[in-house]
Design a protein around this ligand. Structure first.
Ligand SMILES: [Zn+2]
Length: 373
């Protein structure tokens, strides 16, 4: 936001008799300096949680260019660790300092700075790291050094990091203003803008039922349909809010975000890959995948399990049946590395069908170790 605008807004709020004690903003220091100079020298500033997290994530992605082991999966893990740590140490700068030290060490198997309340490796050192590659701690010493150096930079800001604010409420309000005064239409020059913004404020404060109050105040009947719709919309909003804080919904949000941020780790996209020259063959694989997914949903609750086994190169007579010489040359992977034996796939089938009856093995991807997709 422009500094002039912030100053103008705070001045306007103060002139209407409200006090502004703290501003939550990004780390642009000139805005707060201007505010202190021209409005109130005692005004406090809190950093915005999302900006801080974004800066840390950017710093990690910059390190990625130097360290091969710092994959998106590892970065995601580190960001998660930092998020948890910052949430747990609000108003506790010492805790943030300690936590930053722990984030630089914990992924490498050093738990000296970890706390028993969140690090289960402290009691069981051989426990798997379920979110790190191969379930094992990282071993890259240069990476650890760089990560520790990065954490040292943030340690100096522990005071600030222990008092983070959020501008999420503003974002949501911006969205509702934009729904009433879309940016694609020029409303700022018309008198209707004030009414549109006022309607957004009323909706934020009172919910959709503000319409009934407005109608009453100007001497109109609230309107049966308006009233019914306003009550329904408020009910829906309350329901959405109640659902959004449930564990299930939080997990769903994380999954959706991961799918958006890390599309390559989305297995379906990765596996379902078309190969030039094998268009029909590729199509059949997509078909089986889709069929299995739909069937699994359809038979859910009936006791039937649907497993989709996706083998890589297997030593079968398939290629010898082809009369297409080009396809034979291009896709006979048997010479490049040791490929799978039919028994390897049979073992996968055996694994799927011998699980306890409450276990659904939905997909198994088996590939030669030296020829991953
Ligand atoms: Zn630990």
């Amino acid at each position: 936001m422009e500094q002039d605008m912030v100053v103008e807004m705070v001045q306007s709020i103060k002139s209407k008799g409200s006090n502004v004690g703290t501003i939550i903003a990004d780390d642009d220091t000139t805005t707060i300096a201007r505010l202190r100079k021209s409005v109130d020298p005692n005004i406090k500033k809190m950093s915005d949680k999302n900006h801080v997290k974004k800066n840390i994530a950017n710093a990690l992605y910059q390190l990625k260019a130097k360290h091969k082991k710092l994959t998106p999966k590892v970065i995601k893990y580190l960001i998660n660790c930092l998020n948890y740590m910052l949430c747990q140490n609000q108003d506790n700068p010492k805790g943030v300092e300690n936590g930053l030290e722990a984030v630089g060490r914990h992924p490498f198997g050093d738990h000296s700075f970890c706390d028993k309340s969140w690090c289960s490796h402290k009691e069981n050192a051989s426990k798997k790291y379920s979110s790190l590659p191969f379930g094992k701690p990282l071993k890259d010493i240069p990476l650890q050094t760089d990560l520790t150096d990065l954490m040292k930079v943030y340690k100096k800001q522990s005071q600030k990091l222990s008092k983070l604010g959020s501008t999420q409420g503003n974002e949501s309000f911006n969205k509702s203003v934009a729904s009433k005064a879309p940016k694609s239409h020029f409303y700022s020059g018309t008198s209707s803008l004030n009414v549109r913004v006022a309607a957004s404020v009323a909706q934020k404060n009172d919910g959709q039922c503000y319409l009934i109050k407005v109608n009453n105040n100007i001497g109109l009947s609230p309107g049966v349909h308006t009233k019914r719709l306003a009550i329904l919309r408020d009910l829906q909003a309350r329901k959405r809010r109640a659902i959004s804080i449930t564990r299930k919904e939080k997990i769903r949000r994380i999954q959706l975000r991961n799918r958006r941020l890390f599309p390559l780790s989305n297995k379906c996209l990765f596996i379902m890959q078309g190969f030039p020259g094998l268009a029909v063959y590729s199509g059949t694989k997509f078909y089986v995948e889709g069929l299995s997914q739909a069937l699994r949903q359809e038979v859910c609750g009936s006791g039937v399990r649907v497993t989709c086994i996706q083998p890589g190169d297997v030593k079968t007579e398939l290629i010898s049946h082809s009369t297409d010489k080009e396809a034979q040359e291009k896709y006979d992977g048997s010479s490049s590395c040791k490929i799978l034996e039919p028994t390897d796939i049979a073992n996968a089938v055996l694994y799927a069908v011998t699980q306890p009856e409450y276990v659904g093995v939905n997909e198994i991807l088996v590939e030669p170790r030296e020829a991953p997709a």
